[in-house]
Design a protein around this ligand. Structure first.
Ligand SMILES: CCNc1nc2cc3[nH]c(NC)nc3cc2c(=O)[nH]1
Length: 379
């Protein structure tokens, strides 16, 4: 069995190499191994949009993300359990990380309220009212069969006043304890806490220390990639990382562009998720070794070159930019499929390159070479 397929009855993180603060390793879960640094394609409603699950696996993804908010509304957690759980339902027999629903409640639902008990919201689907407590969020993620479950938390968008940040961070800590109690002991699975604290270093440190005191199996850094400049995001990672245990995975939520990923890996992040590659693919944008290309642009109209002749991905290697331009301009479904495939392949190739560079002790050179290739194309 390759490193990538090893299933384990215990959840565990093994570090293979370090290069400065950058790390490469593997997370063993009951559904298989996650090579880190890892990028998780977002599979919101039990599908990575425009992709077959086998394609997602073949391009190198070890784990996908499912959204609890969407899945609790449709098809519903109890129905999903009756249907054999999310892995069986979507034919993804590998690790799945689920979010806890809180963040999307804040961004997707209409009426919503947060109090000590949990979040109360109205479905964006049919307007029905729902209440989700920390305990119910963990129960839902368990019914889905999630391998890595996220605590329910409150994420404050930036800029925000410090009183709001303090209040949300303390509430999130109390909810972390309730989620850990509700999660109990699930050997091959994990529940991750989420570090909050906005852009206030002292609050970030307080949140990290309190979460580490709970002895969790992994730690996410939340409350970032919510409108703040990249410099602020990076400063918060630098503030938090030293207070997180070296031997546990660090997951930066909602990040990011290829450049965000390089700079965050450099500061000690192991896991990422972002809708960028899939959403951009549906909007005609291609991520390549040569930078980002907008296929809607007329300049591609007669360009017979593929996106990247050196890529192993057919979407990048076998189709002309002229054809992709045509598909995007005519809103053809195949355009979304090919560009999503290309983008996810690029992101996984980037992660594979990052892992190999850290193992070889040349991460900073790899990052510089990668950026130079982007710059050359855009020049
Ligand atoms: C698990 C749900 N909780 C939770 N999700 C998040 C998702 C994010 N996505 C982005 N940028 C796209 N920032 C995020 C922060 C959080 C966060 O602080 N908390």
């Amino acid at each position: 069995m390759s490193d990538r397929d090893l299933a384990s009855d215990r959840f565990g993180f093994t570090l293979h190499a370090r290069d400065g603060s950058a790390r490469t390793g593997a997370i063993a879960t009951m559904r298989g191994t996650i090579r880190t640094p890892a990028f998780m394609p977002v599979g919101t409603a039990a599908t990575v949009k425009a992709m077959y699950p086998e394609q997602v696996r073949d391009l190198g993804a070890d784990v996908v993300l499912g959204n609890t908010y969407h899945l609790m509304l449709r098809p519903g957690p109890e129905r999903m359990a009756r249907l054999g759980g999310l892995h069986h339902f979507m034919r993804w027999p590998h690790p799945i990380l689920t979010d806890s629903g809180g963040f999307q409640v804040m961004s997707l639902s209409a009426l919503r309220k947060i109090d000590e008990a949990g979040v109360t919201f109205r479905s964006h689907v049919d307007g029905s009212t729902h209440h989700m407590s920390p305990e119910r969020s963990i129960e839902i993620q368990g019914l889905l069969g999630s391998d890595i479950q996220m605590q329910l938390d409150e994420c404050v968008r930036l800029p925000a006043d410090e009183t709001a940040i303090v209040k949300a961070m303390h509430l999130s800590l109390r909810w972390a304890e309730r989620c850990r109690a509700a999660f109990g002991e699930q050997p091959g699975r994990a529940m991750f806490g989420i570090v909050q604290g906005g852009d206030v270093p002292a609050l970030r440190v307080e949140s990290a220390k309190a979460l580490v005191g709970l002895g969790l199996r992994g730690y996410a850094i939340g409350g970032l990639a919510v409108g703040e400049p990249q410099a602020v995001m990076l400063a918060m990672i630098e503030t938090v990382a030293p207070h997180l245990p070296e031997d546990k995975p660090r997951y930066l939520m909602g990040v990011g562009t290829p450049d965000d990923i390089l700079r965050s890996v450099e500061r000690g992040i192991d896991m990422f998720d972002c809708v960028m590659p899939t959403r951009a693919g549906r909007h005609g944008l291609a991520y390549t070794r040569h930078g980002r290309i907008n296929l809607r642009n007329a300049r591609h109209g007669e360009d017979t070159r593929p996106l990247d002749e050196a890529s192993a991905c057919p979407a990048a290697r076998d189709y002309s930019r002229a054809y992709l331009h045509h598909l995007v301009r005519t809103d053809e479904i195949l355009g979304m499929m090919l560009l999503t495939w290309n983008n996810l392949s690029y992101y996984q190739d980037l992660m594979a390159g990052i892992r190999a560079a850290i193992a070889a002790g040349r991460f900073l050179d790899f990052a510089a070479e990668t950026r130079e290739a982007w710059a050359r194309a855009e020049a």
